[in-house]
Structure formats: C-alpha cells, structure tokens
Design a protein around this ligand. Structure first.
Ligand SMILES: Cc1cc2nc3c(=O)[nH]c(=O)nc-3n(C[C@H](O)[C@H](O)[C@H](O)COP(=O)(O)OP(=O)(O)OC[C@H]3O[C@@H](n4cnc5c(N)ncnc54)[C@H](O)[C@@H]3O)c2cc1C
Length: 438
C-alpha cells in the first residue's frame, strides 16, 4: 500500500457525495488535495441504510451536473446501490485522489506554525486546510424516553434493513419523516401491525400538474432559501421515491390498516403514552401540502405555463378513526408490539476535529461552511448555506463555493499560481472571512 504523503495542501475527510464534490472542484482549481475515507466511497448509501431505499428525488434531479444516470429514465428513482455506483463512477471520471480504508482519528492546529497535524489509522500528515465532509447523519439519536425493557426489540432507523430482520409481531415506528414513513409503509406491506407516531412534518406533493416537487421547489426558489423558518429547521419532511414515487398521505396509510398515533411522550410499565397532537400534526402537514399547490398554481398563472390543472390533488381522504378518536396509550403486550423503531434523526460527531471551529457541545461553528478557525471547512450539513445543502444536488454547489474560498486564501499566501490575480483588486474576490492567518 502506498504510504500517505507527509503533507498536503487540503485534506478532505470523507468520500460521500460531499467529499467527491469537494474533490472535483479542488481538482478543477488545481489545489493539491487528498480525500481520506474510512470505508468505501459513498459507504452510507451502500451499507448505512435499509435494503429497499431509493432516492427521494428523481434521477434527473438527485445527481451532480456533470453526469446523468444513463440507465434510468429521468423520472425514475435510483436505488441506493445505484447511487453508490454513481459516486464511484463520478470520482473515477476525474481520478479523484481518494484513499479508502483510512480513518482520520484527530486533527489539531500546529502550535506556532501553519496548518494542522492529522492523525490517521495509517500514520500522520500535515494539512494546511481541512474540509470536514463526514456527513450530517453521523450519530443515530434515540431519545431518552426509550424504555429499558429487554423483551422489547428496539433499533434506530439507521439499523433497520428489512421486515424479516425484526421479530414477529407488531411494530411501533416513532418519527414521521421520510425514513419513518417509508419504513412503516414497508412493514405494513409486509403484513405487520404498524403504529406510526406522527410528529410535526411537511409533506410536499410528489408531483403536481405533471411536475415533480423537486422541480416546483426549484422554480419557486424554495431550494435556494438561505435560512430555515422558525419551525422549519425542526420539522421533518415526509416524501418518498419508493414504488415509483408517491405523495406521503398519512390518511391513506391509515385506511390501509396502519394506526397513526401522536408524538410519543413516555413509556411506563409496558405502556406507551402519546401526545394529543395527531390531528394538529396532520393539519400542519396538509397546510404545507396545500401551500405548495397554491404557490404552484400562482406560478402557472403568472407565467402562463401550459401545465394541466389537477384539481384532484386537493381532495383529501376521509379522516380515519385513529385520527378522529386518537389513541393516547398503547399496551405493548396486549397489542403484541414487540419492536420499536426510532426514526428520530441523527446528530453530528466531530470528536476527531479538535479545533476552534467546534463548540463545547460538539457543534460546528461556521458561516456558509467556512469554519471560525481559519483553514477549517464544513460541507454537507443541513442549511449549511441553503435548503439544498445536505442533498445530492445542493452539496455540489456548496463545494464549488468552498473551493473558491480555498483558492482565494491560498493566493494570499503565495501557495497558488494565481497570487497576482488575487492581489489585483480588479480580479480578486475578497473572501468574506479573510484574516491575517492562513
Ligand atoms: C435515509 C436517508 C435517505 C436520504 N435520501 C436522500 C435522497 O434521496 N436524495 C438526497 O439528495 N439526499 C438524501 N439524503 C441526504 C444526503 O444526501 C445523504 O445523507 C448523503 O449520504 C450525505 O452525503 P455526505 O457526503 O454529506 O455524507 P455521508 O454520505 O455520510 O458520507 C460521509 C463519509 O465520511 C466518512 N467518514 C466519517 N468520518 C470519517 C473519518 N473520521 N475519517 C474518514 N472518513 C470518515 C464516512 O465513512 C462516509 O463515507 C438521505 C439521507 C438519509 C439519512
């Protein structure tokens, strides 16, 4: 195996889509760099998710600009293995300098010198800059209310693979974002009794007037939103590309036999208590759904687009009994519920990054991906710079901007070929975060 270089200009940690995009832009800009990945390229797509997962966005949308999914129709949804293969192919196109099977164990500022000391599972190197592209979905979060009941099988959605993996019996799925909803639907189709604990959510229509919601978010400028609304950041989005793609409709799931319940509040003595918020949460989701239809109709009218009206999209299924008479408690044994799946999200994990750009709570401190510690960058985080930042297509644009920032910074220190260009006020882009340090 080739030894690691002793030093490198820019180190990218992680070779998911964020690391691959970063490498493409750094390559195009001629910045010497190395990508270290502890597993394989796009490992989370390969092994970190359930077996039947497909992309939530259609093939024309959930991709990088430079390569299409040649074997899929634009409106099809790539399965997770196809997505992993896509990023592997993508990296090969420009011979991305990715080294797999090497974990970055720590990154520390070099005292009195520029750059960082990087400890890896295969030795130490010095890097002038570090881009953390380790993903937003690192540590599964299971809330503290999870009971300590050995007879109850509990797992996080990231550990769910397929219905056969679970013990026989009913399942309570906690969380109604894309993961919780899709897993609950799969279990229902597999003949399980399913209870789905529904919290506040947005649920865009899969498509409207012949266009996918990804298209609507694009033309309406909603992907570009730079800050999440007060509630938005904490609200999950329920959308699905499964079975050819469909709108997530909780009432329809209930009419097919799923029992919807409110937010899970507590476990006590074999019983689960739910909040009395199911109807309100569904109403909020409906409001969000209708708001997108209204915005789309207004857009069609304003620009005189020839898109077929779709009045049936506004028809809602009848309120199921589990919503009109919501269950506030569930006796797990009586209901034969033997599994709880926590589809309750993820937290970040930057323990390896011992620099000033990570606060005491382990949260990255940055502005649009540029860390508060000069030379440190973050990529792939939700709302890093806009709504699209943690999604496939959006991370590519953030990576380009961060590469530009790196190029400008390098020029100040005479490391690049473009020192004079950067020194010329007519051509230099003044970096927003330029400081006297590298
Ligand atoms: C269930 C699920 C479904 C999703 N579906 C979609 C979708 O359909 N469309 C979409 O656009 N987005 C989707 N996303 C969001 C996002 O696109 C994915 O989470 C994507 O995997 C994020 O890519 P990333 O490169 O930022 O991070 P990751 O894919 O998590 O890649 C990070 C990489 O860093 C490596 N790594 C971590 N720490 C270290 C270390 N210390 N040293 C070396 N390597 C390290 C990891 O092994 C990993 O390969 C989904 C997310 C989830 C959770």
């Amino acid at each position: 195996m080739t030894a690691l270089p002793a030093d490198i200009d820019t180190l990218v940690v992680g070779a998911g889509q964020a690391g691959v995009a970063m490498s493409e832009h750094l390559s195009a800009a001629g910045v010497p760099h190395l990508v270290l990945e502890r597993d394989r390229i796009a490992e989370r797509w390969r092994t970190g998710r359930w077996d039947s997962l497909v992309a939530n966005g259609p093939a024309w949308h959930d991709r990088f600009p430079g390569l299409t999914f040649t074997d899929l129709a634009p409106g099809e949804f790539a399965d997770k293995n196809r997505i992993a293969a896509y990023f592997e192919d993508y990296a090969a196109r420009f011979s991305a300098p990715i080294r797999t099977g090497i974990a970055v164990e720590s990154v520390r500022r070099r005292p009195g010198e520029s750059g960082f000391v990087v400890e890896t599972s295969q030795g130490t190197l010095i890097a002038q800059r570090v881009v953390a592209a380790t993903g937003a979905f690192q540590k599964p979060v299971i809330p503290e209310i999870a009971p300590d009941t050995p007879t109850l099988h509990q797992l996080h959605s990231s550990a769910y693979r397929n219905p056969e993996q679970l013990p026989a019996g009913g399942v309570l799925v906690v969380g109604s974002g894309s993961s919780g909803t899709q897993i609950a639907d799969e279990l229902l189709r597999a003949g399980r009794d399913v209870y789905l604990s529904v919290g506040p959510h947005d649920r865009p229509p899969r498509s409207y007037r012949g266009r996918d919601f990804c298209w609507w978010l694009g033309v309406l400028g909603l992907w570009d939103a730079e800050t999440a609304g007060a509630e938005e950041a904490h609200v999950t989005i329920a959308v699905s590309g499964a079975h050819g793609g469909h709108t997530v409709d909780f009432r329809e799931l209930a009419h097919r036999g799923m029992t919807l319940v409110g937010r899970t509040r507590a476990f006590d003595d074999g019983q689960v208590a739910f909040d009395d918020d199911l109807a309100a949460n569904l109403a909020r989701g409906d409001e969000n759904y209708r708001a997108l239809l209204d915005a789309a109709d207004a857009y069609v009218a304003r620009y005189g687009l020839d898109l077929p009206p779709e009045p049936e999209a506004r028809r809602m299924a009848a309120q199921p009994q589990c919503v009109s008479q919501p269950r506030r408690r569930l006796d797990l044994e009586k209901a034969d519920v033997r599994t709880v799946i926590w589809a309750t999200g993820f937290a970040s994990d930057y323990r390896w990054l011992a620099v000033d750009a990570v606060d005491a709570a382990g949260q990255p401190r940055h502005h649009r991906g540029v860390g508060t510690e000069p030379g440190v960058y973050f990529l792939g985080l939700p709302w890093l710079s806009h709504r699209g930042s943690s999604f496939i297509w959006g991370v590519w644009h953030d990576a380009r901007r961060i590469a530009d920032h790196i190029v400008t910074r390098r020029a100040y220190f005479g490391q690049g070929d473009d020192v004079e260009a950067a020194a010329d006020p007519a051509t230099a882009e003044t970096p927003a975060h330029a400081t006297a340090s590298r």
